[in-house]
Design a protein around this ligand. Structure first.
Ligand SMILES: *[C@@H]1O[C@H](CO)[C@@H](O)[C@H](O)[C@H]1NC(C)=O
Ligand SMILES: *[C@@H]1O[C@H](CO)[C@@H](O)[C@H](O)[C@H]1NC(C)=O
Ligand SMILES: *[C@@H]1O[C@H](CO)[C@@H](O)[C@H](O)[C@H]1NC(C)=O
Ligand SMILES: *[C@@H]1O[C@H](CO)[C@@H](O)[C@H](O)[C@H]1NC(C)=O
Ligand SMILES: *[C@@H]1O[C@H](CO)[C@@H](O)[C@H](O)[C@H]1NC(C)=O
Length: 604
């Protein structure tokens, strides 16, 4: 609608309006407002008017037309780095690529201060790839390569999205090797990698750094090591030996030594090696003259030997006595023989024997001129006397080689005797069974009696053989009597039957039952120990003989004594008295000697 037609249209409207009533006219103003207008009070309150809404221009009733705000330019209306977008009745702004609205929304209207600002693309890590360096620009960014990296497929600076360029690490390649060094380790071949070297075998580090590093320029740098060749020089010489040597003296070279003939190596090794330390090492050579076969020692054997040392030991049954048990080969090739003495082992007490059932004799085996103390313990026992136990000891101290000790041993006793050599703690044992001896004769007083029956007395002699001893009383008619045998059998004939020639036993009494003193009446008609003490015949003459007997098993020992002579009253003959005197003499003598005897009486 042009200006002119608009004016005509408005005049037409005014004419129509004047033809209508005034009150209705006021109310209709608001009803006639354009849809894109608002009805507002007049500024002087004199009525209502229609005003186009914000962003529209027009009369508010017939037309309200959109206003294009962007027309004045995006920079003016939206600000720097923006694009303006017009809308029906309004507009909005957006930021150019590489920028971002300060309210962080994709669109904005700048009336609240919102504006567009540069985006820092470098905040995103790895934008430029490995080894790349990001540079932020106003509304953009670019990339270059870090130290140790080079640009690939392009030039610096580059844009990773637009260009094909990228950064690649510098690679130094394999380290170059030298003649006298060897590579020990390397962390890699690229920039910053470290390679370590050491001197080759046979070379020795003298100075410099043994590590190399890959630089940004693609070169290995820093290796300054200096390795010198190792030389051991001439090997040493040893007496009595010769060597096999190839005249070299580098590391690993070996030299073999050999002893000259007549000598042998007493060391452990005969090879010298040139070591990394620059020295000849390994051999422990010492050539020694040979001593020949191992020396012999009497009664000994060789426990162990090598060519320079022999260890000896006494054979069994012998023991070592002083001296060293080692023979050594001297440097002059002669054995220094062991001084060991091998002595036959003998017990300290030997050849032990008993003399006369009384004395002990033995040989002492001693290796020193020392005094030995002997303890002799003897224990006696009797089979026939269970309660009997005799235990005694005796000491003997002597340096002698032959020893003798006499003991007071009782008869008819079994003794176990032990001899202890105290210093060596050795014991020898022997048994002695002492034999039966004649019993002691009781004390009596010889008397001659005339009938009737005499009472005889005796004093008992104490003896340790009481258990096996007894007394017997013999009555012998003097007439026709020829001999009396004191050793005759002891059991006789316990009937009382007279053996006119031997007489007969009238009583037998065990000595253990006899008190200190005893009275005995010949011919009292009683029984004694199973023997009949028969009354004497009147007018006959008798001898009364007392016999002490000790008997153990088959052993029998007896002593006799003439106790009395009984004379029948009617037969007193001088000659018989005489003979009796002679008889007494014989009996007493025999009893005194303590042997078996026989005596004779001749009667005429
Ligand atoms: C009023 O404005 C709106 C936009 O806000 C538009 O769509 C419409 O067509 C306008 N009405 C007239 C009658 O011009
Ligand atoms: C190299 O040198 C380092 C010190 O510089 C040392 O520790 C290392 O033992 C050396 N390596 C060799 C193989 O010599
Ligand atoms: C023999 O043995 C002795 C003792 O073990 C030792 O010292 C010596 O070196 C050895 N000799 C030889 C030639 O083996
Ligand atoms: C001693 O011992 C022997 C043998 O055992 C035995 O026959 C004998 O009767 C014993 N003698 C004594 C007195 O015990
Ligand atoms: C002595 O008697 C004992 C028993 O008591 C016996 O073993 C030993 O052989 C006897 N000795 C002699 C020398 O008869």
């Amino acid at each position: 609608m042009d200006e002119r037609s608009t004016t005509v249209f408005m005049v037409l409207l005014l004419c129509v309006g004047s033809a209508t009533p005034a009150a209705a006219n006021i109310l209709d103003v608001c009803a006639s407002c354009h849809v894109n207008a608002t009805c507002e009070d007049k500024y002087d309150k004199s009525g209502k008017v229609c005003n186009c809404k914000y962003g529209f221009v027009g009369n508010g009733r017939t037309f309200c037309q959109d206003k294009d705000e962007c027309q004045i330019g995006a920079t003016k209306i939206c600000g720097q780095h923006t694009t303006c977008h017009n809308t029906y009745g309004s507009y909005y702004c957006t930021c150019l690529t590489g920028y971002m609205a300060s309210n962080n929304l994709p669109v904005f209207i700048p009336n609240d201060g919102t504006h567009c600002q540069d985006i820092d693309e470098c905040k995103v890590a790895g934008l430029c790839g490995e080894g790349g360096h990001c540079r932020n620009l106003d509304g953009s960014f670019d990339c270059s390569c870090q130290l140790g990296y080079r640009v690939h497929n392009g030039t610096e600076p580059f844009h990773p999205h637009k260009d094909k360029a990228s950064c690649q690490v510098v690679d130094c390649g394999h380290p170059k090797l030298h003649e006298d060094i060897v590579l020990v380790s390397a962390t890699g071949t690229t920039f910053g990698s470290v390679a370590s070297f050491e001197c080759d075998e046979g070379f020795l580090w003298t100075s410099g750094n043994n590590a190399s590093q890959c630089g940004a320029d693609g070169l290995w740098r820093g290796l300054t090591v200096i390795c010198d060749v190792i030389d051991c020089g001439s090997p040493p010489t040893f007496p009595h030996s010769h060597m096999q040597w190839n005249k070299r003296s580098r590391v690993g070279t070996e030299v073999l030594y050999q002893c000259n003939s007549g000598y042998h190596n007493i060391g452990k090794s005969n090879v010298f090696t040139c070591t990394a330390a620059g020295q000849w090492e390994g051999a422990t050579l010492l050539c020694q003259a040979k001593c020949g076969p191992v020396p012999f020692l009497a009664h000994s054997e060789v426990v162990w030997h090598n060519r320079s040392v022999v260890i000896h030991r006494c054979v069994s049954g012998y023991h070592s006595w002083r001296g060293s048990n080692v023979s050594t080969c001297s440097s002059s090739g002669v054995w220094q023989t062991a001084t060991l003495n091998c002595i036959e082992i003998k017990p300290p007490i030997h050849q032990l024997l008993v003399l006369n059932e009384k004395c002990l004799q033995w040989r002492a085996e001693k290796y020193e001129e020392a005094t030995e103390m002997y303890k002799v313990i003897y224990i006696g026992s009797r089979e026939y006397e269970r309660a009997f136990l005799e235990k005694r000891k005796q000491f003997l101290s002597s340096k002698a080689d032959w020893l003798e000790i006499c003991l007071s041993l009782l008869p008819a006793t079994n003794y176990s005797i032990s001899i202890l050599a105290l210093s060596v703690g050795y014991t020898a044992t022997i048994t002695i069974n002492t034999s039966l001896t004649e019993p002691a004769v009781p004390e009596i007083h010889y008397r001659e009696y005339e009938t009737p029956v005499p009472i005889l007395r005796l004093h008992r002699s104490p003896s340790t053989l009481d258990t096996i001893s007894f007394y017997q009383v013999f009555v012998l008619p003097i007439e026709g009597f020829m001999a009396f045998d004191c050793s005759s059998p002891v059991n006789g004939k316990p009937s009382g039957k007279s053996d006119s020639l031997q007489g007969h036993i009238v009583a037998q009494m065990r000595i253990s039952r006899v008190g200190a003193e005893m009275h005995f009446t010949v011919g009292d008609g009683l029984h004694y120990g199973g023997f009949f003490n028969a009354p004497l015949e009147k007018g006959k003459n008798y001898y009364v003989i007392l016999r002490a007997v000790s008997q153990w098993k088959k052993d029998l020992k007896s002593s006799c004594v003439l106790w009395a002579k009984v004379t029948g009253r009617s037969y007193v003959v001088m000659i018989s008295s005489l003979c009796a005197a002679a008889l007494i003499g014989l009996i007493v003598l025999a009893a005194f000697l303590g042997c078996t005897y026989t005596w004779f009486v001749k009667r005429r």
